[in-house]
Design a protein around this ligand. Structure first.
Ligand SMILES: [Zn+2]
Length: 261
């Protein structure tokens, strides 16, 4: 295919992703990010993939009684990716009250998370950070990542090599209140936190940049999900090819076609 056609195809694909992303965001911004549904309401979509995409800060929320603004475009971003990865999605669409410790919580988000996480699951907890950190993406592994979760983090870093990606700095996902921490300590499963810089997740003001990032993240997660689904145990061994120095083709035995978008 001539280069000009390919460029146009990418352009159209990124634009399409960005515009769908923006449309999906409408339900979150409809209430100025306070939540347009009943308190505690969630959007939950079940999936077949081992990946579970969560956006606990899709709306304004509180931490230690301090108001925190929504991580904009994260709820809609999880929806966008989940629809293409056949992955479960969990976001907040109703006002998020003051949250207790995870273990004391009985709200729909917590109960759905408990229900969705199965042996072999990998929760990808999606957040938004500001552009001031000087990085595009920060992957947080929490305090107690399994070997497979660490390899998955390495994998994502390798796949997102065109971006500046840090690990655990400045956001490690270690505090008790994070999804990653809860999944590790109480559900005995794997989870990674992904903090995305503001300008990469704003398909309204940065349509092409956000659309391209969505496509790149989608591709990385697609390959990661294929690797997880193809493993015979929840522990991924480096020799299976998920490490950054190993040829991925041998491990990711699932179809390597681009995810549908
Ligand atoms: Zn957040």
């Amino acid at each position: 295919m001539p280069e000009s056609n390919k460029t146009e195809t990418d352009f159209m694909r990124f634009t399409r992703l960005a515009s769908e992303w923006d449309i999906r965001e409408e339900k979150y911004r409809a209430s100025y990010y306070e939540g347009d549904f009943q308190p505690g309401a969630i959007l939950r979509i079940d999936g077949e993939s081992p990946l579970i995409l969560t956006a606990p800060h899709s709306l304004n929320h509180y931490r230690f009684n301090k108001a925190k603004p929504a991580d904009r475009w994260t709820g809609s971003g999880c929806e966008l990716l989940g629809a293409r990865l056949n992955a479960a999605v969990l976001t907040c669409v109703g006002p998020i009250g003051t949250l207790q410790s995870w273990e004391a919580r009985t709200d729909p988000f917590k109960c759905s998370l408990d229900d969705l996480v199965k042996p072999g699951s990998l929760v990808i907890d999606v957040h938004g950070m500001s552009d001031t950190h000087g990085i595009d993406v920060c992957i947080g592994t929490g305090t107690n990542p399994s070997k497979s979760a660490s390899h998955a983090a390495d994998w994502l870093i390798a796949e997102l090599r065109n971006y500046s990606v840090s690990i655990n700095e400045p956001f490690s996902a270690s505090p008790d209140y994070t999804v990653v921490s809860y999944v590790q300590r109480s559900l005995g499963s794997d989870a990674l936190q992904i903090e995305i810089a503001a300008s990469l997740r704003n398909p309204l003001d940065h349509q092409l940049k956000a659309g391209k990032f969505a496509a790149d993240l989608l591709s990385a997660l697609h390959l990661l999900a294929g690797g997880l689904a193809g493993s015979h145990s929840t522990e991924i061994r480096p020799e299976d090819g998920i490490g950054i120095n190993i040829e991925r083709g041998e491990y990711f035995s699932r179809e390597k076609s681009s995810p549908d978008s």
